[in-house]
Design a protein around this ligand. Structure first.
Ligand code: ZN
Length: 590
């Protein structure tokens, strides 16, 4: 008989941000059972070594105390136990992001990668999870997309607030949990149940409006991938989809899972019932919702071959992140337009911003999208002040390549085919196979042939230039042939210094210096504290610096006094014309 692994999570010390997590293995590997905690979480390509938050680890074989031997940063070995083997950890959980775990008196949020040990050699076994209420309240409920256990046995269910099942370890760590008393609203999209869970909100949040807009986005995406059946992507692994959102002062971020997503958003970006006008950041929140939901198909089920299966102890390299994050970034805003939650002018404004952000840095002419994807672990996720000069984002340039491919396909087929056809073929060929665990990932060099098959258009030359090489996507030309005019203007009349700044306490510091710009040529460096422009004191804000530069024009030379460390230095800088940093997209009238 197939054994089942049992996990139990107990937020026993919310004030100290501590969780107790138990794993019981009925029949461990007798000679030596190795257990490990992931070093990274799928969707966020950085080695995080979650085991650093383990305060203590203990084990029992039956009732006999065992000593887990640490054999690696994230691995332990327990010898000579015939079972049952129980391992208990105390984990410190105080990370306010979507990637780890966070516990206090008001709530608990955790990802399985932060709390569930993997029993090596037994990853294929089904698992149960029992969640225990914290000691200080009986009001908490558990929210997750992990399926509820069919029968709640009597054994060990004291103070239980939920029991769940997962078919294997891969599923176990792909359903994060939110525990507490959040604001909750549900809706159905083409008949499929969706739940929105908001933690940290003040009263008055306009939940009904958020649910209404989100439903439209979900239905637009279901209609894209499954135009006939309108089937939800998560039916293989859960009975509902859960959006779990942590609302903070100024947070932003999201992480995709197979039937849920964890989001962090800023309080000011969400609509409230008392005010009719829409917050400026609400479109960005809906864009995040759209992005993470799109991943339910594209990266959670359609995957790079390099992720099938994940190796959670070491970096997993692929040259295809631009396909998975770039296409998703292209479709996230496009789905806002197609679902009708924004109009065409608003969409073209968002697209213009994406174009401008790619062109802001010269790194796009040095690093290819294939390399940006491969080196995500050490470059995109470890950006320093030189990033704009050295790297390109596989999100934003990936989105421009998606747009370039979409326009190329539409122009070549007189709009009879589009990137939508490519997404549907990817889904049929790779995504649906995820159902039932027969997953095969997209090979590193498979895309061009797949696009040809889906659309009849050969884009191999474009992929070679835009993805393997560092060529810009010729968007002005492609858009013009599609009826949209692209133009560049400057949003300022202040001459350009060639660097960005940031406020640090009362001071204004150089943040990033653009290669070959006036600041670089003059000798300025990131971290320099700006003191004076031609003898006049620079205040602590960008506005005061701009005010000082207003009397000057391009080609004039100024003296800039800065502190580098505690050394006062003066640099002579030749001002450049204001940068054309804003991209306008206007439909042409025929
Ligand atoms: Zn993403």
């Amino acid at each position: 008989m197939k054994q089942t692994l049992h996990y139990r999570v107990y937020p026993f010390d919310p004030a100290g941000h501590r969780l107790k997590v138990q794993l019981e293995i009925p029949s461990p590997s007798r000679r030596c059972q190795i257990v490990s905690l992931p070093a990274w979480i799928p969707g966020s390509y950085l080695i995080r070594d979650f085991s650093r938050h383990i305060e203590s680890i203990r084990a029992w074989c039956g009732k006999t105390v065992m000593t887990p031997q640490k054999i690696n940063t994230n691995q332990w070995a327990i010898d000579g136990c015939t079972g049952p083997l129980t391992i208990e950890m105390v984990i410190y959980a105080w990370d306010l992001s979507v990637r780890e775990a966070h516990v206090d008196e008001s709530h608990a949020f955790f990802n399985g990668t932060s709390v569930f040990l993997m029993a090596e050699g037994l990853q294929h076994l089904p698992c149960t999870v029992q969640i225990q209420a914290p000691p200080h309240t009986t009001k908490w409920k558990a929210y997750t997309s992990m399926p509820v256990a069919p029968e709640q046995g009597s054994k060990g269910t004291v103070n239980s607030i939920g029991s769940y099942i997962a078919p294997n370890y891969d599923a176990l760590i792909d359903h994060p949990f939110e525990l507490g008393t959040p604001a909750v609203i549900t809706f159905k999209a083409f008949g499929a149940l969706h739940e929105m869970v908001f933690t940290g909100v003040a009263p008055g949040l306009d939940l009904a409006r958020i649910a209404r807009d989100t439903k439209r986005i979900c239905e637009a995406q279901m209609a894209l991938f499954e135009p006939a059946k309108k089937e939800a992507p998560f039916v293989d692994s859960a009975s509902k989809y859960v959006f779990m959102t942590l609302v903070t002062k100024d947070g932003y971020g999201g992480l995709e899972h197979r039937a849920s997503t964890a989001l962090v958003t800023s309080r000011k970006d969400l609509p409230v019932k008392a005010h009719q006008e829409t917050p400026a950041g609400y479109t960005q929140f809906l864009g995040l919702v759209s992005h993470e939901y799109f991943h339910t198909w594209h990266v959670k089920r359609i995957k790079p071959a390099a992720f099938v299966p994940y190796d959670l102890l070491v970096p997993n390299h692929t040259r295809l992140l631009w396909v998975f994050e770039g296409f998703t970034s292209y479709y996230d805003d496009l789905m806002l337009l197609r679902s009708g939650v924004i109009d065409l002018p608003a969409y073209l404004k968002l697209l213009g911003k994406t174009i401008a952000s790619v062109y802001a840095g010269g790194g796009r002419l040095k690093q290819s999208l294939a390399h940006s994807s491969f080196d995500a672990w050490t470059k995109y996720y470890k950006q320093d002040e030189n990033a704009p000069n050295a790297i390109v984002s596989y999100y934003t340039k990936g989105a421009l390549v998606a747009l370039g491919l979409d326009l190329t396909i539409r122009l070549a087929t007189v709009n009879r085919r589009s990137l939508d056809d490519v997404m549907r073929l990817l889904w049929q060929r790779f995504g649906k196979r995820f159902y039932g665990g027969r997953a095969r990932g997209l090979g590193e060099t498979e895309l061009a042939a797949l696009i040809k098959q889906a659309t009849g258009v050969d884009v191999s030359l474009e992929l070679t230039q835009w993805v393997q090489g560092v060529a810009d996507v010729p968007l002005a030309d492609l858009l013009a042939r599609s009826g949209v005019e692209l133009s560049w203007v400057s949003d300022t009349d202040t001459p350009d210094l060639g660097f960005t700044t940031k406020t640090s306490g009362p001071d204004l510091m150089v943040r990033q210096v653009f290669e070959h710009g006036p600041g670089h040529i003059a000798g300025l460096s990131a971290g320099d504290q700006l003191v004076a422009v031609n003898g006049l004191k620079v205040g602590g804000s960008e506005a005061t610096l701009s005010a000082l530069l207003r009397p000057y024009q391009a080609e004039q030379v100024i003296d800039l006094h800065v502190f580098r460390g505690d050394l006062l230095k003066v640099y002579r800088l030749r001002l450049a014309p204001p940068k054309n940093n804003t991209c306008h997209l206007i439909p042409m009238h025929s």
